[in-house]
Design a protein around this ligand. Structure first.
Ligand SMILES: [Zn+2]
Ligand SMILES: [Zn+2]
Ligand SMILES: [Zn+2]
Length: 469
């Protein structure tokens, strides 16, 4: 886990200035800011680097054009590279926020907590609990998604639009999620595509340009060259053309104006070279630079940001585990459609406000519609609602796991509460539920039927009630 974040800006008069830090007491002082800054500033180091300065272990992203530096203070043994994309995204957001009058200080804690999700390590079971993970894996299991291929566009770079749609995450969080899943081997990852981006603003709209290796000018001309042995002039072939003298088939030296009569006799040809119009030097190898068309920042090709876009598929070795994990999701769907068919209003997940004014969430809430009429509802089902939670474990659901659900029952009464256990409950768990007078049923993984208890609860056919009325 990182310990905090610090934003430093270079001021031409006073040097590095700490603009904001979170948490405030992180102890990052001016001296350290100077050291971090100069490490970036001195070398032509790439924009993202992981530095060790004294006892400090820091992942930092530097925006050279605006001279902002984002330093993420890490634990000594933490790998920093996983933060690169998120840190860069935060840098982009922060840059905009800093331009406002009130600056960034009050937004920094939120930005920081966003960033932390990039480096969080989950227990496998916690990972499966995340709603976006469930939604995605469900799509894999019903075969509506199988291969996750990135698409590219000039404005946003790579995106996994299918995954964004399924998970509801933005494009950056989607990529973080896919990387996380591939680290847990739930997804297989294959190198697929990559693109260059501006290290300052992240734009993909960049130009690749040739530069003079001597003076860095962009005024480079590629052509064949001639050297006049009589006066030593070297220039591109076109300047030696005899067109000016009315003799286009002959060469005349543009300097000494003599006719050049024979190759190797009074001139030689230098093929396919580059000439700089600024410093006049001639050379074979050009420097390649990338120039951002959005912010104009220019860097050597080697320092352009390389954005990788892998191709993901579900790891078949984990299919069994995934199936087990999402069986509760499938059950949820079955429950929901059972009630819906009979005319109930169903929410998955659904919320009920308890007598203690706390909102309790349940996996499924089925409610009788208001138009059934208060009197009728009171007679048939006093609370008007059925709330269902699904609890699951590999072998059997133990008492400890049930405990957290028990409290809800009393708070939402008279709503009818039911616990469905997959695949079964331990004896102790059953005793606890009986004592608390909580309805429960079990559902094994092999059979895809609704438990009879739920069937009987859902047997109140709302549409019939309405027509009878
Ligand atoms: Zn740029
Ligand atoms: Zn000459
Ligand atoms: Zn030059």
């Amino acid at each position: 886990m990182p310990k905090g974040i610090v934003i430093i800006k270079w001021d031409d008069r006073v040097g590095p200035v700490i603009l904001a830090k979170h948490p405030e007491k992180i102890g990052f002082d001016m001296d350290l800011a100077m050291k971090v800054y100069t490490t970036h500033f001195a070398g032509s180091s790439p924009p993202f680097s992981v530095l060790d300065i004294g006892d400090w272990h820091i992942a930092s992203y530097y925006l050279p054009r605006d001279k902002y530096l984002f330093a993420l203070v890490l634990d000594a043994d933490e790998r920093g590279d996983k933060y690169e994309d998120k840190l860069f995204a935060i840098a982009g957001k922060s840059k905009k926020l800093m331009k406002r009058k009130k600056g960034i200080v009050e937004d920094l804690p939120q930005l920081y907590s966003d960033l932390l999700t990039a480096g969080v390590t989950f227990k496998r079971s916690e990972l499966y609990e995340k709603p976006e993970v469930k939604k995605l894996l469900e799509k894999f299991l019903d075969n509506s998604l199988s291969e996750l291929e990135p698409t590219f566009n000039w404005d946003e770079g790579f995106r996994y639009i299918n995954v964004e749609k399924v998970t509801g995450l933005d494009s950056i969080d989607t990529k973080v999620l896919l990387e996380t899943l591939s680290k847990y081997r739930i997804l297989n990852r294959k190198a697929f595509d990559s693109a260059l981006a501006c290290p300052n603003c992240g734009s993909f709209k960049i130009r690749v340009r040739y530069r003079c290796p001597y003076c860095s000018s962009f005024s480079i001309q590629k052509s064949n060259f001639l050297e006049c042995f009589l006066c030593g002039t070297v220039d591109s072939e076109e300047y030696f053309s005899g067109v000016y003298y009315g003799e286009p088939d002959k060469y005349y030296c543009p300097k000494c104006e003599k006719e050049l009569k024979g190759l190797s006799l009074d001139y030689r040809k230098i093929l396919a070279q580059n000439k700089c119009d600024n410093c006049k030097k001639i050379f074979t190898e050009v420097n390649v630079a990338v120039q951002c068309t959005e912010c104009d920042h220019t860097v050597k090709l080697a320092f352009a940001k390389i954005v990788e876009a892998p191709f993901y598929t579900m790891n078949p070795d984990y299919a069994k585990e995934i199936k087990r994990q999402v069986s509760s999701i499938q059950l949820r769907k079955m429950l929901s459609s059972t009630f819906k068919k009979k005319g109930w209003n169903v929410e998955t997940p659904g919320t009920i406000t308890g007598v203690d004014n706390v909102n309790y969430e349940f996996h499924v809430v089925a409610a009788m519609p208001d138009n059934v009429g208060k009197e009728l509802i009171k007679n048939i089902l006093p609370g008007g609602k059925i709330a269902i939670d699904i609890v699951e474990d590999a072998e059997e659901v133990k008492k400890e796991k049930i405990m957290e659900f028990v409290g809800k029952n009393a708070s939402v009464a008279p709503v009818q509460y039911v616990i469905v256990a997959i695949p079964k409950l331990s004896d102790e768990a059953k005793q606890l539920l009986k004592k608390q007078e909580i309805m429960y049923c079990e559902k094994d993984r092999e059979h895809n039927e609704i438990p009879p208890l739920i069937e009987s609860l859902a047997s109140i056919d709302i549409s019939e009630l309405l027509t009878e009325k």
